[in-house]
Design a protein around this ligand. Structure first.
Ligand code: NAG
Ligand code: NAG
Ligand code: NAG
Length: 247
């Protein structure tokens, strides 16, 4: 009798362990963030509780792996030229979320953004609607469905029209959106232009689209910019123009 009483809780424990392992693998996705740039970057992720608190340093050639819970919906971007000891309101040349390493606020424009919603069907995209600071790609791995690579291998800083370019020490460090620079209803897709049939690609959004064919170049650029995949892991690469494949 004593034997049976002792065994039952152990079997129960084993079942619970197996159950939680199975449940965990179904409820998390592997995110690998890779820095293929020549420079150190400081990726930011919001909401960031499952991603090192929302921000971390990543040296050239380095990568970091996270488990992203299904149900997570958020954004990933890269920051450049950061110094968190500097006094003032912004710690980075591009993409600052204020003066913090770990972001809870969004990144300052212009910034290239990856956006995710993880569910039974994942939605993901790379958006240049808030401008561009780094080449960025989202590559689904191990998923089923359409699962296209989203984003941009081209370096738009080299092709940024002068009126949109942000420079530091004579070098273009980012490229603003036409909406941010000119603040018109037409470029910002609002007012009379607040729907997909009136807000059409502009001279500027076409330059973005040419450099980054699978990224959002303006607000209603959905058909060629948002992708879906099921049960996938994701590799998020910065500056993958350096190499053909992420490492
Ligand atoms: C995400 O964070 C929450 C809260 O810290 C934790 O309970 C959960 O296990 C984490 N998910 C993954 C997949 O690591
Ligand atoms: C920032 O401050 C920390 C702690 O005071 C120090 O260890 C680090 O070297 C400083 N970094 C820079 C870039 O000055
Ligand atoms: C893809 O799945 C395999 C097998 O489960 C796993 O070893 C590998 O790490 C996954 N790849 C990524 C990028 O998550």
């Amino acid at each position: 009798m004593g034997y049976r009483l002792n065994l039952a809780p152990r079997i129960l424990l084993l079942h619970l362990t197996l159950l939680s392992v199975t449940k965990w693998s179904e409820s998390a996705r592997v995110f690998t963030i890779v820095n293929l740039c020549d420079q150190t970057i400081w990726p930011a992720i919001t909401p960031g509780e499952n991603f090192s608190g929302g921000g971390f340093k990543l040296k050239p050639g380095h990568s970091i792996v996270f488990n992203a819970p299904v149900g997570w919906s958020g954004r990933i971007w890269g920051r450049t030229g950061c110094n968190f000891n500097r006094t003032g309101t912004e710690s980075c040349e591009t993409g600052s979320c204020g003066s913090k390493l770990k972001c809870s606020a969004s990144g300052k424009q212009p910034v290239s953004l990856a956006e995710f919603t993880l569910a039974s069907l994942d939605f993901y995209d790379v958006s240049l609607v808030d401008g561009y600071n780094l080449p960025m790609t989202v590559t689904p791995v191990n998923g089923t469905g359409n699962c296209n690579v989203a984003g941009c291998v081209a370096d738009l800083r080299r092709r940024c029209p002068v009126e949109l370019a942000v420079k530091s020490k004579g070098k273009v460090i980012s490229c603003r959106s036409a909406c941010d620079v000119f603040d018109s209803d037409q470029y910002c897709c609002r007012g009379d232009y607040g729907n997909p049939s009136t807000c059409r690609p502009s001279h500027y959004s076409k330059i973005f689209k040419k450099a980054c064919p699978t990224a959002y170049s303006y607000a209603y650029d959905d058909p060629t910019s948002i992708f879906t995949c099921t049960g996938s892991d994701y590799v998020i690469s910065f500056c993958s123009y350096k190499r053909k494949k992420p490492v």
